[in-house]
Design a protein around this ligand. Structure first.
Ligand code: SF4
Ligand code: SF4
Length: 676
């Protein structure tokens, strides 16, 4: 079995229910093989970013997921990757990055191990086909145990080499309960700051786990030479040196098991790192204050081969038969060691380094400092500068809210009323996640709402045994019960997920998600909240406004024509101020087979000429103080003596509140009418 085939088999055995990817050598065969297994939702996505978002959506929905891509593909998927590290997962999520040292079929040569470190997620590196299969299951277990995506990094030689693989029985596909949790899955700044702390805490926990991880192993063959290696480089070193060296084979290369490395280094006379491409392990070992040789004798470019490793280790005098050279160079090394000692001493003197004992603690202390740093914005107080002194004044917490008359408000009110799963995106409409609307389930990155919704839809399409702790009947809290998720699969469920996205964001990176939804016939509704601008950043234009950055007229991209061109049959355009039309359109979209698009079109209320310029009032004699109108979260509605009043100065007259008052107590204010 090739490494890629083994990865697919491992995913199948581990109960993966959703597998996505974009073809790219050397990763392509993973999805090719996944599609041969029954009961797994498999898709080619339009690009790696969408594939990642679909897989993440499925994992959040409670189904184990895999997303596969070549190394440069992870550049395309980096946006959701970095935020997925914050949200964590629900069911396990494994990202396969198939790197291509030597650029057999690639435009560049990048070492994607840096991505795992950069995104702060665990990474496993198999060294042969058997490990490729086994590590997938381990990666998914780690993913669920530590609530994190896990990266499985392969290289061409592991992906495409074949080896004998012992197969196991496929385990039952599990479905974990999904429970709506905006603080975890909606990454607005206030939530993300808290999740940032979780990421650091998780890093420390995984680093501790790495020390006892069964696949990080020492093979002891004596104290003369110690080799630290991972992936196929371990196989090369083992093949060349055999029992002439001891090995620390690292399977989890992020975070590395620092204690094991120290222990191993302390027991060998000479320490080497054999690794392809960048000095990823070498730098970390050096950062521990240990002396190690790596790229000083091995190339940092191109693919390693046994021959290259043999030459390098012969040059170093490590191989038997090269002992004479070793003896000759012993004196040189001693001299270099002395020079290195002097350099280290100088660094310590300059405060740039630390002794070995201290070095291991230093990164942890730095991490602690990051974790303990307060958020940049305090909810409780702000500093007021006055002359040379400053004074702390208390101000009430002011959570961000949608403006009075914001056209998004009514849409979110309807979504909440319909109790649908609603995946969100980046823009003003993220505010729909805040109480009292609390309408959003996820917000990951620009354009991710559609991929996430497809992931929920995909999770619904695969059979699975509900996990013991799965709870049915989560409808009140917005959770997804197993029956509900099965109903999603029918395409006629009242709870088809809705992807909420703005016009500018849809053009930015949402359209590829819509193409995917049509291509794979996802049972979703895409709600494009078209307010005719990029509102949150200050009303910049974009291709669908028909105006350039310099203000001149240009071709205006039609969102409805674009949606139809993508293959969507049902495209409805409605006014979001009209709640009945909104609800009707959403229900029709949910009843339609396959994906449907609803465009809620109304200019941002802050654009010139967009305000309706009417005012509403509450007729006290008719109001029974039920407070339903407060559920809109309009800042123009306040409580006064236990009853709502509408602030005349800020109400713009959208009329949405009047539509939800069952007692007709909210009416248009006549000109010159007094305040309540
Ligand atoms: S919804 Fe109508 S009746 Fe209920 S509090 Fe608001 S104004 Fe009064
Ligand atoms: S009409 Fe009602 S919902 Fe609209 S801005 Fe005025 S108070 Fe707010």
């Amino acid at each position: 079995m090739s490494g890629n085939e083994a990865i697919a088999r491992g995913a199948y055995e581990a109960g993966v229910g959703v597998a996505c990817g974009y073809p790219g050598t050397p990763s392509t065969e993973i999805i090719e093989r996944m599609k041969t297994f029954d009961g797994v939702y498999v898709e080619w996505s339009p690009n790696e970013k969408v594939a990642f978002e679909v897989a993440l959506g499925a994992a959040i929905a409670g189904v184990r997921a895999l997303v596969a891509m070549k190394h440069v593909g992870l550049n395309v998927a980096a946006d959701p990757l970095f935020t997925a590290a914050y949200t964590g997962v629900n069911a396990g999520l494994v990202i396969v990055s198939a790197d291509d040292p030597g650029m057999h079929s690639s435009q560049n040569e990048q070492d994607n191990r840096h991505y795992a470190k950069f995104a702060k997620i665990p990474m496993l590196e198999p060294s042969d086909s058997q490990e490729a299969k086994d590590f997938i299951g381990l990666a998914l277990d780690i993913s669920e145990r530590f609530d994190t995506p896990v990266m499985l990094r392969t290289t061409t030689r592991v992906s495409h080499s074949s080896g004998i693989v012992l197969l196991g029985p496929p385990r039952a596909r599990l479905r974990l309960a999904y429970k709506k949790a905006p603080p975890k899955y909606v990454m607005v700044p206030g939530n993300a700051r808290l999740r940032r702390m979780e990421v650091e805490a998780r890093q420390r926990a995984v680093a501790e786990f790495a020390e006892s991880f069964s696949q990080n192993v020492i093979e002891w063959n004596g104290a003369r030479v110690g080799i630290v290696a991972s992936g196929v480089a371990y196989q090369y070193a083992r093949e060349i040196l055999g029992k002439n060296a001891s090995y620390l084979k690292i399977a989890m290369t992020h975070p590395i098991p620092g204690g094991m490395v120290r222990e191993f280094a302390s027991r060998v006379e000479r320490l080497y790192v054999v690794e392809e491409l960048d000095p990823f392990l070498e730098e970390q070992i050096r950062a521990m204050g240990l002396t190690v040789t790596g790229k000083a004798c091995l190339p940092a470019t191109g693919e390693l081969t046994p021959e290259i490793v043999r030459r390098a280790l012969t040059e170093e005098g490590v191989l038997p038969g090269s002992m004479e050279r070793a003896a000759e160079s012993a004196e040189e090394r001693a001299a270099e060691g002395a020079r290195e000692g002097l350099r280290e001493g100088a660094r310590e003197g300059a405060g740039e380094g630390a002794g070995e004992g201290e070095a291991g603690n230093a990164p942890e202390r730095a991490a602690d400092r990051i974790a303990l740093a307060p958020p940049a914005v305090s909810d409780e107080a702000s500093m007021v500068e006055s002359g040379e002194t400053s004074e702390v004044v208390s101000v009430p917490a002011r959570p961000p809210v949608m403006c009075p008359g914001c056209p998004h408000r009514g849409a979110f009110y309807v979504l909440k009323k319909m109790k649908t799963i609603a995946t969100g995106d980046i823009g003003c409409y993220t505010l729909g996640a805040s109480p009292p609307l609390s309408a959003l389930d996820t917000t990951i990155c620009m354009g991710a709402s559609i991929g996430n919704a497809i992931g929920f839809s995909a999770a619904a399409s695969v059979a699975g045994e509900p996990q013991a702790q799965a709870t049915a009947g989560l409808t009140e809290s917005g959770g997804l019960e197993p029956d509900g998720i099965r109903a999603l699969a029918s395409g006629h469920a009242p709870r088809k997920p809705v992807a909420v996205i703005g016009d500018s964001t849809f053009v930015h990176s949402g359209v590829t998600g819509l193409i995917d939804a049509v291509y794979n016939q996802a049972q979703i509704v895409v709600l494009i909240m078209d307010n005719g601008t990029t509102a949150m950043t200050g009303h910049q234009d974009h291709p669908a406004t028909g105006v350039t950055a310099r203000g001149s007229r240009t071709h205006k991209l039609s969102l409805e024509a674009l949606s139809r061109a993508c293959g969507v049959d049902l495209v409805a355009v409605i006014d979001p101020y009209d709640l009945a039309s909104m609800e009707r359109a959403l229900r029709q979209a949910m009843d339609a087979p396959g994906p449907a698009v609803v465009i809620a079109r109304r200019p941002c209320v802050l654009l010139p000429g967009a305000k309706p310029r009417r005012r509403y009032r509450v007729a006290r004699e008719r109001c029974n103080a039920c407070r339903v109108c407060l559920g809109l979260g309009c800042p123009s509605i306040e409580l006064c003596d236990g009853r709502p009043v509408i602030i005349e100065g800020s109400c713009v007259g959208c009329g949405v509140c009047a539509q939800i008052c069952a007692h007709d107590a909210i009416t248009l204010r006549e000109a010159g009418e007094d305040r309540e």
